[in-house]
Design a protein around this ligand. Structure first.
Ligand code: ATR
Length: 285
């Protein structure tokens, strides 16, 4: 069925460089279709230095919203009028909302991760969590898990200084070395991989961000890598009977939070996930 696009159709855009690989248009357009929202999303290549001009499309030209990717997340944080608490803590924006008081910058990545855990039936409040990695994604997840009320948060990263910096984002967070990681995993309810280890792995024998002997059936194991969906870490976790949450969870739920911020509508995450899976399958055939 073809869509009716009129002069009142609202336009959202995902911006960044590169951006033609983004799954955001597939995710968002599926959400708009499932909720019968008169919106559409396109990808606009936008190089470093153009973030302020892109925010002006929201400010001056009634663009409905921006999804912001690399390399614009921090310059867009400087260009918007206000930041939500997550974006302010991270000094990074992945979402610009057209607000009557001026463009609002948000960061939905971490809350999207928390929502993906909850939608899989795992409540982070009160949980003991291990976070592997300390890059941009880890920082958003640490911030959100802190606000979600985890009991403890142990961060392990190849580069210790980055782990210390990320630990500053949540009062419950500490950093752990290799020895501390063993103890933290033994006590953990949830283990999250935010490193790129496992990305592009051809089969389950690929690299893992921690030793498989640290996994048990008591764990919930989440990976934010979504190519492949069954990362070596998640395959190993499943094999010991752990519950797993794959990388499409965060991607889908951060987009659903963007959609809610722009349209006020809670969209169908199952339809979004199906669209993302179909898009990924068409690319990797
Ligand atoms: P993202 O935006 O996805 O978070 P990033 O900011 O580049 O990406 O962070 C990548 C993370 O993966 C970092 O924690 C990085 O560790 P370093 O801080 O030591 O660089 C981690 N990482 C990448 N390759 C890795 C590898 N081969 N082994 C362990 N950690 C790795």
């Amino acid at each position: 069925m073809s869509r009716r696009i009129t002069a009142s159709t609202r336009l959202a855009a995902v911006i960044g460089d590169p951006v033609r690989h983004s799954l955001s248009p597939a995710l968002h357009n599926a959400a708009y279709a499932s909720a019968a929202l008169d919106w559409m999303m396109v990808a606009i290549p936008a190089a470093a230095g153009t973030g302020s001009a892109m925010v002006d499309l929201v400010r001056c030209h009634d663009l409905g919203g921006l999804a912001v990717t690399m390399p614009l997340k921090s310059e867009v944080a400087d260009a918007v009028d206000r930041l939500d608490p997550a974006a302010a803590a991270l000094r990074s924006v992945n979402t610009v909302v057209a607000d009557p008081d001026g463009p609002l910058g948000m960061s939905t990545d971490g809350d999207g991760f928390v929502a993906s855990l909850r939608s899989a039936g795992h409540e982070p409040s009160g949980a003991r969590v291990v976070v592997l990695g300390a890059g941009a994604a880890a920082r958003s997840i640490v911030d959100a898990l802190g606000r979600a009320g985890v009991a403890s948060l142990a961060i392990h990263n190849r580069t210790a200084s980055a782990a210390s910096e990320a630990a500053g984002l949540a009062a419950q967070a500490i950093t752990v070395d290799e020895v501390g990681l063993v103890q933290a995993c033994a006590a953990a309810d949830i283990i999250v991989n935010t490193t790129s280890v496992g990305m592009g792995a051809a089969d389950a024998s690929g690299d893992m961000p921690l030793g498989p002997e640290l996994l048990s059936r008591e764990h919930v194991v989440a990976d934010i890598v979504y190519h492949p969906l069954a990362t070596p870490l998640l395959v190993a976790a499943r094999s010991v009977g752990a519950d797993v949450v794959d990388g499409l969870g965060m991607l889908v739920h951060q987009a659903a939070l963007q959609c809610l911020a722009w349209t006020g509508v809670e969209v169908d995450t199952a339809a979004m996930r199906a669209a993302a899976e179909a898009e990924l399958a068409s690319r990797h055939r």
